[in-house]
Ligand binder design. Sequence first.
Ligand code: ADP
Ligand code: ZN
Length: 703
Amino acid sequence: MNQQLKAQLKTTFGYDNFRDQQEEIIEHILSKKDTIVLMPTGGGKSICFQIPALIFENLTVVISPLISLMKDQVDALKSNGVKAEFYNSSLSDESKKAIQTKAENNELKLLYLSPETLFQISSSWFRNLTISLVAIDEAHCVSMWGHDFRPEYTQIKILRNQLKEIPFVALTATADRITRKDIATHLGLTEPKTFLSSFDRPNLNLNVKGNVPKQKKIDEILDFIESKPNQSGIIYCLSRKETEEWSQILEDNNIHAAHYHAGLTSDERDKIQTEFINDEIPIICATIAFGMGIDKSNVRWIIHNNLPKNVEGYYQEIGRAGRDGLKSDTILYFNYRDVKLLADFARESEHSTVLLEKLNRMIEFAEATTCRRKILLAYFSEELHENCGKCDICKNPPSTIDGTIIAQKALSAIKRTNESIGNNTLIDLLRGAKTSEMFSKKYNELKTYGIGADLNVNQWMFYITQLKNIGLVEVAYDENMHFKITNYGNKVLFENMKITFAAYKEKEKVVKGKSKVVKETKQLTTDEILFDRLKLLRRKIAVEENVPAYIVFSDATLLQMANEKPMTKNELLGIQGIGMQKSESYGDEFITLIKQFTQDLQPKKSTYDETFELLKSGLSIESIATVRGMATTTIYSHVAKLYLDGYPIKIEDFITVEDIEKIEKIIPNIENTNQLKPIYEALNGEIDYGIIRLTLSYLEKKN
Ligand code: ADP
Ligand code: ZN
């Protein structure tokens, strides 16, 4: 590994190792060649241009479209001791002037600009700057095909021509082929080298649940959230109304949540977003618009209340979880009403063919009976050779059965209706349901009426899904979602071609009337308690410094801190994500907290033990009394108890044979030997209380 780069990574960012391609990318940029970086969200794109920026002599200009993100990124850099500023329309004239001066005096390593501002200043003071590198973040914004197209991005090409000698690096988390090509051509990059990372996000658990009845879904989601107290998550919904319903359901169950959709004012939206970033509102129920402009790294789960309309959108939305690399959960709920609604939307568009095709791929993913991660990556043209072992299918793989007869029954029923039947009616027909539709359409007269009565509705639902997955039938989205038999389906129906189905498994029974009141409270481990304390401290600092909490330290950093409990600055620097600057700024506070916490954990030493320790170290009883700020008699009584309890104490060191004899002699005359005073008085105060106490213990033990 290049030692200079490694040292930069450690001292500035606090990380020991580069992730997969980061080092190669950095070296390529340092050789002053154009570069395209395609890496999933959370992959670590920023460091790829930030380290070159630190190494290059002059300024690095970063073009970024999201003003809200710009401030956070600059704050993050500053917290690591890097001289960075952003310059955009949100600043006062005064601040703008100050930053301009800094840039002109070469006092900055990085300057973040929005594309609009860049072209406002490009013919004035910007021309006087000495620039080493230009980084274009969210580079897919240059592509007209994407949903984030920014016309200003197409002007970056002009800048590229003006700054011929300077390397440009374009970065994005969007990886489809058209976007990739557009980035190279529309930005005018010179023979750029493309670094494509795997789009796998191994820390995301993938789960899909189809056709769950509404109340059951609510119970499941409430249980899920209650099992993850204080964790951040997003529930994505299709409609504004649903976001409001969900936040209400959660609030009704004492779970703090807010809804977010385009119907709110921009102030309201900003406020919710900020409170989410600052961990003040843990849960947001949102339409898909939420999440674009935020960089929160500790979102721990994503729930889709409905089927997303395509795999790109789904991937982007689940991608907002676990940017810090810690394990995060995703659950997708879908039902056939969603499918119908989405298909209707798609059909109304002028690009209906593409949209329907994309929707189909999404449905295939949701209905899959093989490893979901494989399917997801295959969508992005990536191959996963092994099953992931972590998705719901891998964890609970379906066993298989010979599905030929089941398939033939369904196909034959479809055939006899002239392929003019959809999911629910088909099930009714197969099961011989006595509905008015069956009679009005004379389905009850068909040979296939009731031939599938041996299977229940859920079983049929499950197997019909596989008819579609395997490709025996297609759904005609433009014909009331009726089934059409494919060539393959005809082979099964007429040529007896064998097929295999995943076997239906009875879902675990939901206990009726389950009490929501009596909840087991999860017992936290000490590391988890410390983690919570560390988060509180981080929160306090974030508020003081007016930055999002994750900029102080990421959850991953705090978690490692809670596990390893560093107690010196040196140990602290061993934690991933703590560089020199952060160790200086925050180290003492965190170390103090960890020390205090660990001390509080030690079982409290009894007052007797403390006396014993001091005794062992050779102090006299009088000195112990002084050290501990206690009366000598108290210490004597400690020694007496320790002696009786069997501690290794040589009592002869403290009392003389004469004293013992004197006391032994007088005892028979004393009525109550539990009290010292009568003995003391009987001896005319010749022997101290303490000695009397010790002697009594000695005699007690002897007898
Ligand atoms: P992206 O821009 O690709 O979404 P970021 O640049 O924001 O991702 O990085 C995501 C997270 O990963 C950040 O918390 C960052 O500090 C962390 N990170 C980046 N590189 C490394 C590394 N080499 N080792 C450990 N953590 C890293
Ligand atoms: Zn899997």
